[in-house]
Design a protein around this ligand. Structure first.
Ligand code: C2E
Ligand code: CA
Ligand code: CA
Ligand code: CA
Length: 278
């Protein structure tokens, strides 16, 4: 039994060492990737349901890995978070998104907004709001065209984080709650925070219009948003049936594969709109 115990231990030790090595390799690779411009942003259109026009895009991180091809956030963000690279990468995302949005503002007749995702470590990092302000100034993009998405679960009763959110609001950027409905929704904090928009999570949109529970939940969220004066985006709109249901809602914005998957910046054009599809 003693022997077996030792072997088991040895097995776990080996596995842990392998994981640690893998993680080390990946974080070194990620740093090198950031330095070698292997990170790119793809953009997914956001549509005004009433006018059917693209009003904004969400920037989504990709890694053009020299060996493994195009990697998504699931393979980037955890490494970035663990290694602390997330702050540097997050700043890069904001810089890139702002300068791209600024370019579109010059090229297109209409002014479109850009949304970026922020991670909890960014919100906690010292001087985040100043960094955002700096990137806005560098790019020349007016603050009102930058939206920062944070998830519900990130917002705890943490004084420094709440301060950062207020500072960001003062900079003039819009704050949105991502994946709304999936976190430990603390409605009180939403009310007291400078939040402008909720993004209803794809999980609820999925059941529309057939699942009565999802319809009821979405309607409850819309009612809440309406009475608190929040803007609403529905995420993960994939079908025409969902679109038909959602477009009846005053002022809602829509995002999902029905209108377009995330694509490289070069594929976003002034007339990216669902009209082209219907
Ligand atoms: P998210 O912010 O909720 O972004 C939406 C995700 O859903 C994206 O996946 C998008 O490609 C996908 N999606 C959009 N429309 C549809 C649809 O109609 N159907 C389905 N099935 N999926 C749809 P992606 O690009 O893999 O990103 C995953 C998550 O990674 C994001 O979820 C976000 O939380 C995180 N992320 C992405 N970019 C960044 C970044 O720059 N920084 C940080 N901190 N997180 C990021
Ligand atoms: Ca998001
Ligand atoms: Ca989301
Ligand atoms: Ca999500």
């Amino acid at each position: 039994a003693k022997d077996r115990g030792r072997r088991t231990y040895a097995f776990y030790e080996t596995e842990m060492t392998e994981n640690a090595t893998h993680y080390m390799t990946r974080s070194l690779e990620l740093r090198r990737g950031l330095e070698n411009n292997e990170l790119v942003l793809h953009y997914q259109p956001q549509i005004d349901a009433r006018t059917e026009q693209m009003v904004g895009v969400e920037a989504l991180l990709r890694w053009n890995h020299p060996q493994h091809g195009l990697l998504g956030p699931a393979e980037i963000i955890p490494i970035a978070e663990q290694s602390g690279l997330i702050v540097e990468i997050g700043n890069w995302v904001i810089r890139e998104a702002c300068s791209q949005a600024r370019q579109w503002q010059d090229e297109f007749d209409k002014k479109i907004r850009v949304a970026v995702n922020a991670s909890v470590r960014q919100l906690r990092s010292e001087g985040f709001a100043e960094a955002v302000q700096h990137e806005l100034a560098l790019s020349g993009l007016p603050a009102e065209f930058l939206e920062i998405e944070v998830t519900e679960s990130m917002i705890q009763d943490e004084a420094s984080m709440i301060k950062t959110l207020h500072e960001l609001r003062e900079v003039g950027v819009l704050l949105a709650i991502d994946d709304f409905g999936t976190g430990y929704s603390c409605l009180r904090s939403i009310k007291s925070l400078p939040i402008k928009r909720i993004k209803i999570d794809r999980a609820f949109i999925k059941g529309i219009p057939d699942k009565t529970d999802d319809v009821a939940l979405v309607e409850a969220m819309l009612a809440m948003a309406g009475s608190l004066g929040l803007l609403v985006t529905a995420e993960g709109v994939e079908t025409r049936e969902q679109y038909t249901f959602l477009r009846a809602i005053e002022g809602i914005e829509l995002q999902g594969y029905l209108f377009g998957k995330p694509v490289p910046a070069s594929e976003i054009t002034a007339d990216t709109s669902p009209k082209a599809k219907f």
